[in-house]
Design a binder for this molecule. Structure first.
Ligand code: FAD
Length: 502
């Protein structure tokens, strides 16, 4: 590291991770260049950007996005002016109190810590536009748009280590930096480039086993969002998960996640009339899509190939390349259902900043960055993969009306529905603990293992379903066969296909 000039950083990608890298590193005085294949957002406000911004490099741009409390807290504490800019553009907080289940509302006593448990909601186009315009104000940040990165520049040092030097653009130009960051997202070709150069990376990946379908809406003039009533605006029917994402400037989106095994439903839900018919049959969604309340302003966007993936850039303690850091989806991809991808990216970018300050040794930096990701993010990643495998199994069994789960699965279901589900709807402290884990403010499962929690859960089970009747959530919608019949879809076709394949 030069003593006279700050390090230069060259970043592949100006999506969320690239922008978070610039956000974290700009105050350190380093000069930062982001290389982005897509054009910048068009001039104008949030609506113009939503309507016209072409982003072939980020196909999730027009899917529902929310920033979990962990990310909102990071922005509030480290970049308060950015939070103000986001709010100015229409991004809003969904507060802890807004999401309280009905049985807890009357006796709710706010605690100071509840303040930090807010989700920031907005269209992703708005979030990205504001963060981009914010980081572009730093004199040491430059975003070069419409340049396609086609290769990694690297060489071997005297000790034989691969050292990253920068990127090659499609037109042959070399863009070099002291530090090289890959924020190229889910389809970053970094691993191929490293492998070609003789570097070694390990990765584990599994399918999320769902597809995502999103449609955007605009509230009609004079209309406000429906109040949160007995029926939650999100739910899990097994064959379908759904949720409303309130957004900026009178907009909101509805996302449906359909298990991969539900081929008939997957083919149908992308049709606007089917999407609307489903909304109309779900009591938590119907008030939102009522044609007197709101109008759709987009098609139904579909997205597949959703994977969870963890890349180890320092396998067995040996960095694949020195001075190279992956941030965001190029390092870890997560199931979008959990809304964690942007939080992961921001946490990684800020961890990188801290590690660069702690040591100038390239090997030490690579190892510390990998260890920090493992320590802070891996528990959430592993917990998510476990939950996803269980959801995929449930969805496959759900195709078979005669399926009877084994006793262990029935017991676990009882524990979750009659124990955990009831206890968190009765006890504000338990609900708070569960939400803190959801928001990545506390480790994912620690709260469930506490003796005080278990006493409350088993106490709820011991009281029995009759005594607890008022604590169960309303059924989120019709069962699979009822819904398929209403939509005119063949309910047995997917099971027949699976049986034939087996
Ligand atoms: C359907 C869906 C819904 C999601 N919802 C949420 C949510 O609610 N909350 C949340 O936190 N996360 C959510 N995520 C995850 C989130 O979108 C990602 O984790 C986040 O965008 C990762 O940022 P990134 O910068 O790594 O990738 P991206 O944001 O995808 O950015 C990658 C950038 O690299 C550029 N690029 C790629 N290759 C090149 C190249 N060769 N040359 C130049 N530029 C290149 C691309 O154009 C792009 O701009 C969701 C994801 C999906 C798929």
């Amino acid at each position: 590291m030069s003593e006279t000039r700050p390090e230069s950083v060259v970043v592949l990608g100006a999506g969320v991770a690239g922008l978070c890298t610039a956000l974290a590193l700009a105050p350190t005085g380093r000069s930062i260049t982001l290389l982005e294949r897509d054009a910048p957002p068009p001039d104008g406000g949030a609506d113009a950007v939503f309507e016209h911004w072409q982003r072939r490099g980020a196909s999730q741009l027009r899917h529902s996005h929310a920033f979990l409390a962990r990310l909102r807290k990071l922005i509030a504490s480290e970049h308060p002016a950015l939070l103000a800019a986001l709010q100015e553009a229409g991004a809003r907080d969904l507060r802890f109190a807004d999401g309280l289940p009905d049985p807890l509302k009357a006796g709710y006593v706010p605690l100071p810590e509840d303040e930090e448990m807010a989700i920031l909601v907005s269209r992703r186009t708005t979030l990205e536009m504001v963060i981009r315009r914010y980081v572009e104000q730093s004199p040491n940040v430059m975003i070069r748009s419409e340049v396609f990165v086609s290769g990694l520049l690297c060489e071997r040092d005297a000790a034989g280590h691969l050292v990253a030097r920068g990127y090659r653009l499609q037109d042959g130009e070399a863009v070099c930096g002291d530090l090289v960051v890959d924020a190229g997202g889910r389809s970053s070709p970094m691993i191929d480039w490293l492998t070609e150069a003789g570097g070694s990376v390990t990765e584990t990946a599994e399918d999320c086993a769902i597809l995502y379908y999103t449609r955007f809406y605009q509230l009609l003039p004079g209309q406000v969002e429906p109040p949160r009533g007995r029926h939650a605006p999100n739910g899990d029917l097994g064959y379908l998960k759904f949720g409303v994402f309130p957004a900026d400037n009178g907009t909101f989106s509805i996302t449906m996640a359909v298990p991969e095994v539900e081929e008939a439903l997957r083919a149908a839900v992308v049709r606007p009339e089917i999407f609307e018919a489903i909304c109309g049959r779900l009591p938590g969604l119907a008030p939102w899509t009522d044609t007197a309340k709101a109008a759709p302003v987009s098609k139904v966007y579909a997205m597949g190939d959703l994977k969870s993936r963890w890349r180890e850039m320092v396998p067995a303690g040996e960095p694949a390349a020195l001075n190279l850091f992956c941030v965001g989806d190029s390092l870890v991809r997560t199931n979008p259902l959990y809304g964690r991808g942007c939080s992961f990216a921001a946490i990684e970018a800020h961890a990188l900043r801290d590690i660069l300050a702690e040591t100038a040794d390239p090997t030490g930096r690579a190892r510390a960055y990998s260890a920090r990701a493992r320590a802070t993010l891996e528990p959430f990643y592993l917990d998510m993969c476990t939950q996803d495998r269980a959801a995929a199994r449930r969805a496959a069994h759900g195709l078979d009306p005669d399926y009877r789960p084994p006793w262990r699965a029935r017991l676990m279901r009882r524990f979750i529905e009659d124990g955990v589900g009831v206890a968190v709807r009765q006890d504000a402290d338990l609900f708070r603990a569960a939400m803190r884990a959801f928001h990545m403010l506390d480790p994912p499962r620690a709260w469930l293992g506490r003796p005080a929690t278990l006493i409350k859960i088993f106490g709820a089970m011991a009281r029995g379903r009759k005594a607890n009747a008022h604590l169960y959530p309303e059924k989120p919608g019709p069962d699979r066969w009822e819904m398929f019949a209403a939509l005119g879809l063949p309910a047995g076709a997917d099971l027949a296909r699976l049986k034939a394949a087996a």
